[in-house]
Design a protein around this ligand. Structure first.
Ligand code: GLU
Length: 277
């Protein structure tokens, strides 16, 4: 604990609320990432800004909403004592590994699937959410009922995602329109410049929620376990985050985050909640 922290803790005891059980952050190993973030007083999180229900920046209020944002706030609360001590940095799919390696952010919580290739570059927590890849099409388009109908069709998806890789393997006959962010695909789909958008069902559900002219096909064709990504090899931080995730899965915090975000559109969380650990 730094001298400043000790002083601050002592000062807190003089306040009417006292020091015991004040809800402040806990003790962390000296020099750990948790210790550094607590001393800095702010958690820096890489997140999506254009994915309603997961990571979305409200254009009017500027507030970041969604399940990933809720997870981030819980981490900030644990490390700094308040969920308000947080700075969100927009992180598109293809920037996630760079932002972690260059320490632009402390961690990435951005519909980030755990894969062996990515684990060469970053360290992942255990999964905190389980998604699946699906398709979004126009409501009046009856040609596409699943991944096997994509031969000769144009499919929009994002650079640096697992969605591209799975489309290449599962729908080799599809033509891919690869852009920087999934929200860019929506006007293209509405204007029939592409036939479908493909990525995680979570993201597609959020895009569809704003557009009654679009339909989620509802036949997931691959598992996407989401992890929080941190600097490669920071196992002390990873273990701490794993402890938090396991607790939220048990104590109702996970369920509350689900209910307040994606749960508004999808009642059951059975498919999405990783098994209790
Ligand atoms: N979860 C997938 C991935 O990590 C697709 C969604 C995204 O690009 O954020 O690549």
């Amino acid at each position: 604990m730094s001298t400043l922290r000790v002083l601050l803790a002592a000062l807190l005891c003089l306040l009417p609320t006292g020091c015991a059980g004040s809800g402040g952050p806990g003790e962390f190993p000296e020099g750990s990432t948790m210790d550094r973030i607590r001393d800095r007083g702010v958690l820096v999180v890489g997140i999506k800004f254009d994915q309603p229900l997961f990571g979305y920046k409200d254009p009017v209020s500027g507030r970041i909403t969604g399940f990933d944002a809720e997870m981030a706030r819980l981490v900030a609360k644990d490390l700094t004592g308040s969920e308000r001590n947080i700075r969100f940095v927009e992180t598109v799919s293809r920037e996630r590994e760079n932002f972690i390696a260059q320490q632009v952010v402390d961690l990435v919580i951005a519909t980030y699937s755990i894969t062996a290739a990515r684990a060469e570059l970053v360290t992942f927590t255990e999964p905190y959410y389980s998604a699946g890849q699906d398709l979004l099409v126009r409501v009046d388009d009856t040609r596409i009922g699943g991944v096997s109908d994509l031969d000769g069709k144009t499919v929009c998806t994002a650079r640096g995602s697992t969605s591209v890789e799975r489309l290449n393997s599962e729908a080799p006959g599809a033509k891919l329109e690869i852009v920087d962010a999934y929200s860019v695909c929506v006007p293209a789909l509405l204007a029939a410049r592409v036939d479908a958008i493909s990525t995680d069902d979570t993201i597609l559900l959020g895009l569809q929620a704003e557009q009654d002219r679009l339909r989620l096909v509802g036949k997931p064709f691959g598992q996407e376990p989401y992890g929080m990504g941190i600097r490669k090899g920071d196992v002390v931080f990873r273990d701490h985050l794993n402890g938090l995730i396991a607790r939220w899965l048990r104590d109702g915090q996970w369920d509350r985050a689900y209910r307040d975000t994606i749960g508004v559109y999808r009642a059951t969380s059975d498919q999405s909640k990783p098994a209790h650990r």
